[in-house]
Ligand binder design. Structure first.
Ligand SMILES: CC(C)(COP(=O)(O)OP(=O)(O)OC[C@H]1O[C@@H](n2cnc3c(N)ncnc32)[C@H](O)[C@@H]1OP(=O)(O)O)[C@@H](O)C(=O)NCCC(=O)NCCS
Length: 271
């Protein structure tokens, strides 16, 4: 088994394109790299080293597990609710240097110079549709800031089925369709999408198939990190290319039922 040090992590993240002052977001598997000296904390500090000086590292610290009975949203506690997404994210969440955004469903934890700015006011600004709530992927969230700041979006030994940013993109895709409707028909179609975790009628594009499309466009970088593949992409091209691909042929990316809904919205928009 390969041994990986904090220095190896910093080197790999620099090779993946991290620059001083960067914001780096990651999803990952600790054991995929081999044996990491110092464990999850070395991974977080290695990424911070790569982005130093002035860098920021973030991870999804999701608490809601898809079951509204096990995780009623009123029970979310920003300070104590653990994340289920793995040891790397949970270590980052519990680190005394870290701050967390206030979202029962899609919070982000971050450390570094822009961590407070990244995580504050999750759900602010204009509400946007999503199956969990209208605040989870609202106008102002860490997810919208990753896009605005063109963060380096990384996957350590995991594929793009673990890409939380996809729900931000899906939300923007759905809102983009709804915004074409005449105002008097907006609520008619928007109300067909539940936004309280209770029923899930949504696009949910397949992440691995989308990663293959992004690879065809030459947008995904791969760097060796111990035994793992460190996959990375800048967030702006990620969001803009996925929206482009979804808009071009949505029937390839959703259930027939959801495609019918898209067609109905498009028809109403033309009337
Ligand atoms: C599910 C997932 C976390 C599993 O990865 P994992 O490496 O098995 O688990 P963790 O990252 O939690 O790390 C714990 C593992 O690391 C091992 N470990 C502990 N210390 C270690 C060290 N110093 N070096 C390497 N591995 C170590 C643990 O033994 C454990 O493995 P085990 O379960 O076989 O005993 C990962 O595959 C994944 O999907 N990550 C992304 C999740 C995500 O962000 N989802 C977004 C949802 S939209």
């Amino acid at each position: 088994m390969t041994t990986v040090t904090q220095k190896d992590i910093a080197t790999a993240f620099k090779q993946a394109g991290t620059v001083p002052g960067d914001t780096v977001m990651f999803h990952g598997s600790l054991k995929s790299m081999g044996h990491v000296e110092g464990g999850a904390l070395s991974v977080i500090d290695g990424i911070l080293d790569a982005a130093s000086p002035g860098g920021t590292v973030g991870a999804a610290s999701l608490w809601y597990n898809g079951n509204p009975e096990e995780c009623p949203k009123e029970k979310f506690d920003i300070n104590t609710s653990p994340t289920w997404v793995g040891a790397l994210a949970e270590t980052l969440r519990r680190d005394p240097r870290s701050v967390r955004s206030n979202s029962f469903s899609h919070s982000v934890s971050a450390i570094g110079s822009r961590a407070v700015e990244l995580t504050e006011n999750h759900g602010g600004g204009r509400p946007y549709p999503s199956p969990w709530s209208e605040q989870s992927f609202a106008e102002i969230t860490p997810w919208s800031k990753f896009y605005q700041w063109n963060a380096l979006y990384c996957f350590i030994g995991v594929d793009m089925n673990s890409c939380t940013m996809k729900h931000h993109i899906e939300s923007r895709f759905v809102e983009g369709l709804l915004s074409q409707l005449p105002p008097e028909r907006y609520m008619e179609f928007r109300s067909q999408l539940a936004m309280d975790c209770k029923s899930i009628f949504w696009i949910f594009y397949p992440g691995v198939k989308m990663r293959e499309k992004l690879e065809e466009r030459g947008l995904v970088a791969h760097t060796r990190l111990g035994d793992a593949d460190l996959m990375s992409i800048r967030t702006r091209p990620l969001v803009e290319n996925v929206l482009d691909i979804l808009n071009a042929a949505p029937e390839n990316w959703c259930t027939p039922e959801f495609y019918q809904w898209i067609c109905a919205v498009r028809k109403a928009a033309r009337q």
